[in-house]
Design a protein around this ligand. Structure first.
Ligand code: ADP
Ligand code: MG
Length: 171
């Protein structure tokens, strides 16, 4: 499977649950579990792709990007407490490998909120990270580094509806 197929695989998986690639969550726990399902789903696909899997998260402050990331990390089986790496921009986590997952070894959580100049992303070595097929990368405020994103990355947009309601759109 190439990345495009992985993408449609994830979408189909979600389609079974929600009819569309738009999901409304009624609380943060629902957002976490959607993310966790997606992570497990990605792990189960033994893609032969030569590049990292990249998920670009967009939406205003408080829309749920970090909450989603926490659920996603949980789905990957990571026990570390994932917080927004707002001050460090990038955080790397190593996954404990199981028989089910032969491909992925590292999870990267990147937050581009504080990135003023798109060129600064070079300093964190993103291009190298993107090349490694053993990596899964979630990027908050991905809109700040549009040019650096790979063409077929999975885009997830978060919309604030009301205090506990969010619309999550997967593209
Ligand atoms: P972001 O990273 O996009 O700035 P966060 O995930 O840090 O957003 O914050 C989202 C906040 O909204 C959290 O305090 C979370 O508990 C709350 N929240 C309420 N309802 C939801 C929901 N349905 N999905 C995600 N977060 C929610
Ligand atoms: Mg955040």
């Amino acid at each position: 499977m190439d990345l495009k197929e992985v993408h449609s695989f994830i979408l189909n998986f979600l389609l079974k649950k929600v009819d569309m690639n738009i999901i409304i969550t009624k609380n943060s726990e629902e957002t976490r579990s959607i993310a966790s399902e997606m992570a497990k789903n990605i792990l189960s696909v033994q893609s032969q792709d030569k590049l990292a899997v990249v998920i670009a998260l967009e939406g205003v402050l408080g829309a749920g990007k970090t909450t989603f990331t926490q659920g996603f990390a949980e789905g990957l089986g990571l026990k570390d407490d994932v917080r927004s790496p707002t001050f460090v921009i990038l955080k790397e986590y190593h996954m404990e490998l199981s028989d089910k997952n032969l491909r992925f070894k590292n999870f990267y959580h990147i937050d581009c909120y504080r990135l003023k100049d798109e060129k600064d992303i070079k300093d964190i070595g993103l291009s190298e990270i993107l090349k490694n097929p053993e990596n899964i990368i979630l990027i908050e405020w991905a809109g700040n580094i549009k040019k650096a994103l790979p063409k077929n990355c999975i885009k997830i947009k978060f919309y604030y509806i009301s205090e506990n309601k969010r619309k999550i759109s997967i593209q």
